[in-house]
Ligand binder design. Sequence first.
Ligand SMILES: [Zn+2]
Length: 694
Amino acid sequence: MPSDRSETARTPVDALLRGGIVLTMDATRTIHEPGSVAIRGADIVAVGPVEALDAQCDAAQVVDCAGHVIMPGLINTHTHSPMSLLRGLADDLRLDVWLYGYILPVEREFVNPEFCFLGTTLACAEMLRGGTTCFADMYYHEEEVAWAAVQAGMRAICGETIMKLPTPDAATYEESLRYCADLLAHWRGHELIVAAPGPHSVYMCTPEILQETSALARQYDAPQLIHVAETQDEVEGWIAATGVHPARWLEEQGVLDTKVVAAHCVHVETEEILLMARRGVGVAHNPTSNLKLASGVAPVAEMLASRVHVGIGTDGCASNNDLSLFEEMRLAALLPKGIGRNPLAVPAEQAVAMATIQGARCLHLDHLTGSLEVGKRADLIVVSLENLHSTPRYDTTGLNIYSYLVYTAQGCDVRDVYVNGREVVRDGALLTVDERGIRAQADALARRINRFFVEREKSVLDKLIAIGGLEQRETFEVQAKGLLQDEATFLRGMAHPDIHVTRRNSRDQYDTYFLFGDPSGDRLRYREDNVILGDGRIAPIYSLALMGPAKEAEFANSVVLSRLRYTAAADRSLRFYREYFQPKTEREIVKHRERYHIRYQGLDFAVNLDRIAEPEQPNLYVEIKSRTWSQQDAIRKARLIGELLRILGAQPEDMLQHEYVDLFWGEGSAEGSKRNERSTGGCDTGRRSGGPNA
Ligand SMILES: [Zn+2]
């Protein structure tokens, strides 16, 4: 009996998603309208026209998808999911200020396994609600990231970040590599998780790190996640250091023999693009992050034309600030059009491909996910078209549906989500994550982080400590400064039999003072100290010093006790410190300094002969300083400094009790004008030149 035969031939399936527009994203871009998708276990077992699947499948559950698109789940090819907890912490900053001033300090203080689990859970919840079923992560404590992803029911590549600097989960890179090896061994063969090494970037790694991570990747057939050519500075610096572009350098190190996922690739030339295409490198394009950090726009159209597997990523929440792939998909389609003045660049269909099947290729996971094809895992989403913003609907070219998805659809249009055959979002509600609970926990942590920053912002010192590199704690100095009537007297004085010059050098000093106009009167001095070497070469030293304004005590001979507070090597640019500390006003002093280290009466002193070039001063100044440790010591040194000043020809009436910055600059803030009055009283030179604010 024919009817009985057809009954017995029907395939039992767990779920039949029925009657939607099925966007398969297969090689020929087949669309079934209306169509259905059948799921059994973790797998897609049938895809096709609605009648065909009705006849073929015996479904335990039928999900009506009329008025909806059934499509592959979106793939986020680059993110740092725990950073969802840092969303909105610091925005509209340059990359280095953002990273070194905010992200790294908060990571040092707060990032631990709990942070990573919580942050990933929050990120997974957001991603699932927005139709993302798979993500590639690069962060720390990736074991926690993996567990959170499994609990939320997401597919993930968990890339343990490895760099030459200490990280929140490792004091050394050897430790990171061991952690990574354990991670790879632990998650080997897992149905949702692929563990991976995540060497941060060429500039944060040594050749040894990259060789080790590549060996691990080969051993486990795992992908490697790495940032490549994100900013122009990075690329120029790398070429200056090694002579080759970062991508070429990765090739030379043997990294491209492995399954690489390169995030960003904003600044790549045609040669690197062709190299990445040849080597099957996946590129994670992060349009919002690159725009927000002003890194530039990746040459996506050229990469796609060269058959590079370009996927789309959101990057971390601290630089995006959300994890919406619909938004990234739209930008991925729009940016190349605007930049290239070509409306044909990256059409909507290509953008959807980047978010699905190309994303899967980018992650080297296209055998599992990225399209709706029999044999692949059931990672799929159901997107509503029954909204004002998707009304009315046309089908004039066969491609209109892609336009709806790219140019009008939003994450909140996602109705149902399946990952690995498991329903994880139904009717817009998460089935795997307690949304309210996770929000409450994230808010509680954010309040703690907020307090940390509010406290830090109150104090220049705390801000200085936060960026690291402090070299010296507080020291006290006795010092005196005076106008010098003539250089000849000074030089005759230095030849005095009781003065023994032990060392001497010449230098040009460029000082920039940051003034904050706050009651503490703290000021920060950025100094470029150009020491002139014997052969005439210049050895610049950059330093940062935090100084209090007030003299701590005063002794005879106009000697003051001053407190030199914290000093640090200035290993970043003046521009960085300006943007990080955001001073209220700035003052510049440029001087030529002859420095003599002398012994006098058995004690060490530094004697400076200063010629002030900016603001230009007609006179010479002499400054005598010595470190001090006690009141007794300070009194004795103050007496000796008085003697020295007389020998060197500085008159008592020409003594000055202020720093140059206060002598020559005074205007500006309320604090500045108060100081100005005081310095007018203390110093009678009458040669204040007036500054930009004069
Ligand atoms: Zn990144």
